[in-house]
Design a protein around this ligand. Structure first.
Ligand code: F6P
Length: 363
């Protein structure tokens, strides 16, 4: 394609929690850039790669051969707090993180960046953009909670894994006439719980967007008992909360790290056991949802995102995020996504479908 921006040397980095498909994006950036006679520099561990002089490496197509199907990120990542808020120690003394990054960007003779990350990393990218760094963001997260795109890569893989786990739990729950409560990730959005719960045929799905009353879930479990289905599966999103209550927090935010959610399944299970008298167990899927090979859907989406990010850079369309607006991959201004979270709308069709299946949404 025509290079209208004059961008010739592109830095690429991955930030925030990892998600299956990061390597597929890196591969797509490297390959499509090479096909347009551009060089790619891989920056290690998010913006850390723009702090110390030895945290980068040139990436050519043969460096990315075979990584399409591999989880994690060959560049490493970190989900520390906002670099704009903290001074850092470098070999050259204490520096402002952001100023140092801009300095290094020029030292490395980069023309532009591809920043692959979630809402936090993309907000940081937008700040760097306002400081004059030409860049394009790529939305990544298993949580699927970034606005302006119908999908982020990683989500489909997480849902597939959770669905398989629920399938396996069904047989043991049935054998023992138990209730099993499965806790899935998603932070403050219920996308993973909703999709894996529907795909796995759960009997209850609890999401942050609909505060729960466990008596409603217990009623559904008792009803199933009465018709001879003496086991139940309840999927609970880590950010789900009871009516009038708050989400279960494992570790409070401390400035540098964001709040860590987790533990709601144990509370839900104890209450369900008390309300139904049924033996109840919990399974927390945790980081298993972030590991492993990306699904074919995520590989295709990640590849399209990476290739489109390079196209936008060559068009000179900076400060944008690539986004999936089916059937197209488009660019949207990064400022439109900063500070916003895409939660599940309460009237969403998949929620209505879940209800039509008799699944209790806890309300
Ligand atoms: O944002 C992705 C995510 O996996 C969330 O679903 C989860 O709450 C969080 O990251 C876990 O973060 P960490 O890897 O820091 O424990």
């Amino acid at each position: 394609m025509e290079n209208r921006s004059g961008v010739r040397r592109i830095g690429v980095l991955t930030g925030g929690g990892d998600a299956p498909g990061l390597n597929a994006v890196i591969r797509a950036v490297v390959k499509s850039a090479a096909n347009c006679n551009c060089e790619v520099i891989g920056l290690e561990d998010s913006f850390d790669g723009l702090i110390e002089g030895d945290r980068w490496r040139r990436l050519v197509p043969r460096d990315v051969a075979g990584i399409l199907r591999i989880g994690g990120t060959i560049l490493g990542t970190t989900n520390r707090g906002n670099p704009f808020a903290y001074p850092i120690e470098t070999s050259g003394g204490t520096r402002n993180y952001s100023a140092r990054c801009v300095e290094m960007f020029h030292e490395l003779k980069l023309d532009a960046l591809v920043v692959i990350g979630g809402d936090g990393t993309l907000a940081i990218a937008h700040q760097f953009s306002t400081m004059g760094i030409p860049l394009v963001g790529v939305p990544k997260t298993i949580d699927n909670d970034i606005v302006e795109t119908t999908n982020t890569f990683g989500f489909d893989t997480a849902v597939s894994f959770a669905t398989e786990a629920i399938d396996r739990l069904h047989t043991t729950a049935e054998a023992h006439h138990r209730v099993i409560v499965v806790e899935v990730m998603g932070r403050y959005a219920g996308w993973i719980a909703l999709y894996s719960g529907v795909a796995g045929g759960a009997d209850g799905i609890l999401i942050p967007e609909i505060p729960f009353d466990l008596e409603k879930v217990a009623r559904r479990i008792r009803d199933r008992d009465h018709v001879g289905a003496r086991f139940s599966i309840v999927v609970v999103a880590e950010g789900a909360r009871p009516v009038g209550g708050t989400a279960t927090v494992l570790k409070a935010a401390n400035g540098r790290y964001v709040e860590r959610l987790g533990g709601v399944a144990a509370k839900v299970a104890a209450d369900i056991e008390a309300l139904t008298g049924k033996e109840t167990r919990t399974v927390v899927l945790g980081h298993l949802q972030r590991g492993g090979a990306p699904t074919s859907f995520d590989r295709v989406l990640a590849t399209r995102f990476g290739a489109r990010a390079v196209e936008l850079l060559l068009e000179g369309a900076f400060d944008q995020m690539v986004a999936f607006h089916p059937p197209d991959i488009v660019g949207v201004p990064l400022e439109k996504i900063v500070g916003r979270t895409r939660t599940v709308p309460p009237d969403f069709d998949v929620i209505r479908t879940a209800r039509a299946m008799g699944i209790s949404m806890g309300d």
